[in-house]
Design a protein around this ligand. Structure first.
Ligand code: PLP
Length: 396
């Protein structure tokens, strides 16, 4: 009986709206790209997508997806270990391992599932998980599902990490867990230091490369390339839903015994459907493209450098970034919303973030750069930011 909960939900929803925290959705009726059309008819430049390499509507990936539709059909109707594994899934797993310089890979429906299913099979009561305070929600949920002891260190704070490692020495296995790039600030985890501490205190390392794979490092191999520690990270999780084509799908790649154990015991793998052939084949094509050239990374890095340099020159307060995420600091929650609304009027689609998504008093607009952005798109955005910045008194 849908009874008293209805009223309760109505009140809660009203409270969410009242607090200004209601998440509405703008509806796009064009493919995902640098330029999109909204159902309002407005054409805007997109600076809030995770489409870092501009591959979401790439013609080669679309062709690979169509080819798989014809040769392998639409859906798998099975989990992997019953009858949900095609040659395509195995090939894609191997390509991912080659890309990251790891031993083996296991696919999931999403990185959320990869993170949700990685801790519980590997770490029990005697073990410790030492996690960065700004790690992604899916890591936090995954850690909760394991019986291991939990330690938390302040974001990228290596002195604090060392303290936590010392406190965790009594445990059997220890693992340090971090995002590669933190999505709100765009900062990169100090993997060289983390690697040193892991060796010193006998801990494993896990990195979530969702915002860093394809993006950071000269050829986009992620944080292990950036810090020259390829092959030294034990577990890497990542997504096919951001830089790598943007459709859907996640993976865990790393040491072969770890991956083998996940195939035996990881619940989101054992109890959830296999990714469709179209996604697997487009993924294979995508990694082949990455092996041919790193021109998309070059373009992305150029675009990011250009945008950050011009925004700093215009007088904006920008968080130091080594990724394709650029946080334009406004500090005030209301201002961040007004700013984003005015930018949309100027044809620039970005989102203003404020507490509780970011710390109190640290409201900002997050700009996400892409290899798909042309120089004129960047100039348009910089000019719009400058115009709105002056109108709202952020710039003199
Ligand atoms: C986006 C993201 C995820 C989730 O990825 P999906 O494949 O969309 O589930 C996990 N971790 C981090 C750090 C992310 O940014």
């Amino acid at each position: 009986m849908y009874g008293s909960i209805k009223e309760y939900l109505q009140q809660e929803l009203a409270a969410i709206k009242e607090a200004g925290l209601f998440k509405g959705e703008r509806i796009i009726n064009s493919p995902q790209d640098a330029e999109i059309t909204l159902t309002t008819g407005q054409k805007v430049l997109n600076f809030c997508m995770n489409n870092y390499l501009g591959l979401s509507n790439n013609s080669q990936l679309v062709a690979a997806a169509k080819e798989a539709l014809d040769s392998r059909g639409f859906g798998m109707s099975s989990v992997r270990f019953i009858c949900g594994t095609q040659d395509l899934h195995k090939t894609l797993e191997q390509k991912i391992a080659e890309f990251f310089g790891t031993e083996d890979t296991i696919l999931y429906a999403a990185a959320f599932d990869a993170n949700g299913g990685v801790f519980e099979p590997l770490f029990g009561e005697e073990d410790a998980i030492i996690s960065d305070s700004l790690n992604h929600a899916s890591i936090i949920d995954g850690v909760r599902l394991s019986k291991a002891a939990r330690y938390r260190y302040n974001n990228a704070d290596m002195a604090d990490l060392e303290q936590q490692l010392i406190a965790a020495q009594k445990h059997r296995f220890k693992i340090i867990v971090t995002d590669g790039v933190f999505s709100m600030d765009g900062n990169v985890a100090p993997m060289d230091k983390i690697n040193e501490l892991a060796k010193k205190y006998d801990a494993l390392i896990m990195v979530d490369e969702c915002h860093s794979a394809g993006v950071v490092g000269k050829t986009g191999r992620g944080v292990t390339e950036l810090f020259n520690i390829r092959g030294e990270v034990d577990i890497i999780t990542g997504t096919l839903g951001k830089a790598f084509g943007g459709a859907i799908g996640g993976f865990t790649t790393g040491r072969k015994e770890i991956i083998e154990m996940l195939r035996q015991r990881s619940r989101p793998y054992l109890f959830s459907n296999s990714i469709p052939p179209v996604v697997a084949n487009a993924g294979i094509k995508m990694f082949d493209m990455m092996n041919e050239t790193s021109s998309l990374q070059d373009q992305l890095h150029d675009n990011t450098d250009y945008f950050v340099e011009k925004m700093l020159a215009a007088g904006f307060d920008i968080k130091p970034t080594k990724s394709a995420i650029c946080a334009v600091m406004l500090y005030d929650a209301k201002l961040s919303q007004e700013f984003a609304t005015k930018l949309l009027d100027e044809g620039i689609y970005v989102i203003g973030f404020y507490y509780p998504v970011v710390p109190k008093g640290e409201a900002r607009i997050r700009v996400q750069l892409s290899a798909a952005h042309k120089r004129e798109h960047l100039d348009h955005a910089i000019n719009a930011f400058t115009k709105v910045g002056k109108a709202l008194g952020v710039l003199k």
